[in-house]
Design a protein. Structure first.
Length: 193
């Protein structure tokens, strides 16, 4: 049976879980900023991956990928639609995109692809700073596995660029919408960051 009605009890459970994932993403962003400020003394890639992971968890709550069978898929799609409608979040929201998380999750497949296609088989595993820090024709963008440029707030994975600031702002937006809805439904339990 597909979930067609989102009662207030279920709504609260899903929204509180999404809010918790937002909070964990915000903690990871603080750790990322701290690592960048330490100028190499701390690894920024762990916090970056944690932030992306938690953002993907929020994304799956509001934009479920589907289930293993037709019934589960319909149920999850119905749930996602009800949750998006409840807080007023739009389709095409920055948090909806899980491509960067998929790159992390399926890293082995991405590495297989690199090994098969890399012309010179040079690899840069973690680059912090501008792309111009690595020069020469022997290294292409596809040879740079993880690249974060703090000046532009762009994370690149094998040349595919992702705006980390847009994702962080999107998480902030969803968190704000969740807080508004929770405060509307349960004003005696004012929710805040």
């Amino acid at each position: 049976m597909a979930l067609t009605i989102m009662d207030d009890f279920l709504l609260r459970i899903y929204l509180e879980q999404a809010k918790q994932e937002c909070q964990l993403a915000f903690q990871a962003i603080e750790q990322l900023n701290d690592a960048i400020a330490s100028k190499g003394a701390k690894d920024p890639f762990g916090p970056a991956q944690a932030m992306v992971h938690h953002a993907a968890a929020v994304s799956r709550i509001f934009w479920p990928p589907g289930g293993k069978n037709k019934t589960a898929r319909q149920r999850s799609q119905s749930r996602g639609e009800a949750l998006r409608k409840a807080i007023g979040v739009r389709h095409g929201h920055p948090v909806q995109n899980r491509t960067l998380r998929d790159h992390f999750e399926h890293f082995d497949e991405r590495l297989d692809d690199w090994a098969e296609k890399s012309k010179n088989r040079n690899i840069v595993k973690q680059l912090v700073g501008p792309r111009s820090a690595i020069g020469g024709d022997a290294i292409t963008d596809e040879d740079i596995i993880h690249h974060y440029d703090p000046a532009t707030k762009v994370y690149a994975f094998r040349g595919e660029q992702f705006d980390v600031q847009e994702l962080a702002s999107g998480l902030d937006d969803i968190n704000r919408l969740i807080e508004q809805k929770l405060n509307e439904l349960w004003p005696h339990n004012q929710v805040g960051r």
